[in-house]
Design a protein around this ligand. Structure first.
Ligand code: NAD
Length: 496
């Protein structure tokens, strides 16, 4: 069986003293192994990035952008191959994989504009014959650590902009679905990226901890679950690095009685059950304002769930694939049992679903809970599976209080025809990304992505304009060229 290795200084490097299986979630069988890098391999990747930095930093931004143009084309040319890997190892349906890749490519397009983004700021004559300007210089070696649920898109949130800004990079993708990250790194090299500018090491905590502590790494971008995000943030910060660590979520939708229910139900279905609920922007809670509305909505969701087509991601008829692995299936099933035990009403139970021909796959049917209460575990914790919780409140204010009291603040949305209510909601809600009749308000690449509260540790959001700031440091230069022959005495007062 193939073992996925590491990509350092432009070539495959073998370090497979420790390995683990990569599963095809639709069959439930291992399809590959992945090597788990030891500390020496991670250090070699950092050294390779350090060695590549001086020349890459001095490469004109326009030349760096040209590499990104070619990279974008290669990503498009190889989309079928990349998406097949995503479906094989993650399980998501092919259409969803195509959407993921397209949203990743958007970030490469944005990075193509890096000469414009790095233009800096200039002020002439800040004093007599004195000019001043600010420029944005790369940091050096940046590390990226990414989750299993978007194996192509989330790395593309990070290194295209980091590299376009003149940094060099070490990526540590998820060990659960590592293949697409390696294929994409090879495409970037084919696009003309010099060796060592992007390195990929596969591994687990052992590899991550080297990236968080090694003095050669200047900044860390992390995306994953909140406990690990917090560990990454604290550890890398303590070691003097700039850090952004994006964590987990519990995204609520509020439905007001005046909402267009047909569209709302369709939107909720896609946002709750798409990608088997394994999205950090998945809608996992619907807060209905009013009991009549809740009864109506729950009835419609139950009916639609009966028709949800669950099957292998390679089958074009499938709308939802399997969960990532057996342990996660077990964890999500455990949440379902706890929800029932704590008194929530399990209106649709997706356990015991059998997909013919894929009996050993990690499948779970769509699940729907009604009458969920704030103290229940299924409400407090991120489930990260195809489980939608319905809550009932009397007013929009009560719905907003619920959302504001939750520890996560990644995404939220409201379904209504009332512009005033929607405007009040978006203005006041304590959440980083807000949708108005838009169920998955994932910002486009020329805005930035990030949650509030315990969904993000750090000051700057991912990709977009914030990424240009995160991957550069400002330097401000003040310059004076006095006319020849002008002589001035010393000044002891502060210059003004
Ligand atoms: P995870 O936290 O288990 O893993 C993320 C990365 O951290 C992986 O590369 C993994 O190898 C590494 N890691 C795991 N345990 C570690 C440890 N103890 N020490 C150091 N590194 C460790 O997350 P996951 O299960 O791969 O992804 C799902 C999670 O990611 C969900 O919580 C989801 O909400 C979150 N997510 C957040 C966003 C966002 O933008 N906020 C986007 C995607 C996913």
């Amino acid at each position: 069986m193939q073992t996925i290795q590491h990509f350092i200084n432009g070539k495959t490097v073998t370090d497979d003293q420790r390995t683990q299986s990569v599963f095809n979630p639709a069959t439930g069988q291992p399809c590959k192994n992945v090597a788990l890098a030891g500390s020496a391999t991670v250090k070699a990747a950092i050294e390779s990035a350090q060695a590549a930095f001086p020349a890459w930093r001095n490469t004109p931004a326009a030349k760096r952008a040209q590499v990104m143009y070619r990279f974008k084309q290669l990503l498009e040319d190889n989309a079928d191959k990349i998406c097949a890997l995503l479906t094989e190892e993650h399980g998501k349906v092919l259409d969803d994989a195509r959407g993921e890749l397209a949203r990743g490519i958007e970030n490469v397009e944005y990075a193509c504009g890096v000469p414009e983004l790095l233009k800096g700021e200039h002020s002439k004559n800040v004093g007599p014959a004195i000019d001043s300007w600010s420029e944005f210089q790369p940091l050096g070696v940046v590390a990226g650590i990414t989750p299993f649920n978007f194996p192509a898109m989330v790395p593309l949130w990070m290194y295209p902009m980091a590299i376009a800004c003149g940094n060099t990079f070490v990526l540590k993708p998820s060990e659960r679905d590592p293949s697409s990250a390696l294929l994409i790194a090879e495409l970037l090299q084919e696009a003309g990226l010099p060796k060592g500018v992007l390195n990929v090491v596969n591994g687990d905590k052992e590899a991550v901890d080297v990236l968080l502590t090694d003095p050669g790494v200047k900044a860390v971008s992390f995306v994953g679950s909140t406990p690990i995000a917090e560990h990454v943030y604290n550890t890398a910060n303590k070691h003097g690095k700039r850090v952004q660590a994006l964590g987990g979520a519990k995204n609520h939708a509020i439905v007001l009685p005046d909402a267009d229910l047909d569209n709302t139900v369709n939107a909720l279905m896609g946002a709750a059950y798409g990608s088997c609920g394994e999205r950090c922007m998945a809608l996992s809670v619907v807060v209905c304002v009013g009991d009549d509305l809740a009864d109506n909505l729950v009835g419609r969701l139950r009916d639609q769930l009966k028709g949800l087509k669950v099957g292998p991601g390679t089958d074009p008829a499938s709308e939802m694939g399997p969960l990532i692995n057996q342990a996660h299936l077990h964890k999500v099933s455990g949440f379902l049992a706890q929800g029932v035990e704590q008194g929530a009403e399990l209106v649709v139970d997706g356990r015991n679903l059998v997909v013919p021909g894929h009996e050993a796959g990690f499948f779970l049917g769509g699940c729907l809970f009604d009458r969920v209460k704030p103290e229940m575990i299924i409400y407090r914790e991120e489930i990260f599976g195809p489980v939608l919780c319905v809550m009932r409140v009397d007013t929009m204010e009560a719905a907003m209080e619920l959302i504001d009291a939750h520890e996560y603040g990644n995404g939220t949305c409201i379904f209504t025809r009332d512009g005033e209510a929607a405007r009040y909601f978006s203005d006041h809600i304590e959440v980083g990304m807000v949708g108005i009749n838009v169920p998955l308000p994932v910002p486009v690449s020329y805005h930035s992505f990030g949650g509030w509260k315990r969904s993000l540790f750090g000051d700057l959001h991912a990709y977009g304009p914030d990424a240009v700031r995160f991957y550069t440091k400002r330097k401000t230069i003040t310059q004076r060229w006095p006319s020849s022959g002008v002589r001035e005495g010393s000044q002891y007062a502060f210059p003004s």
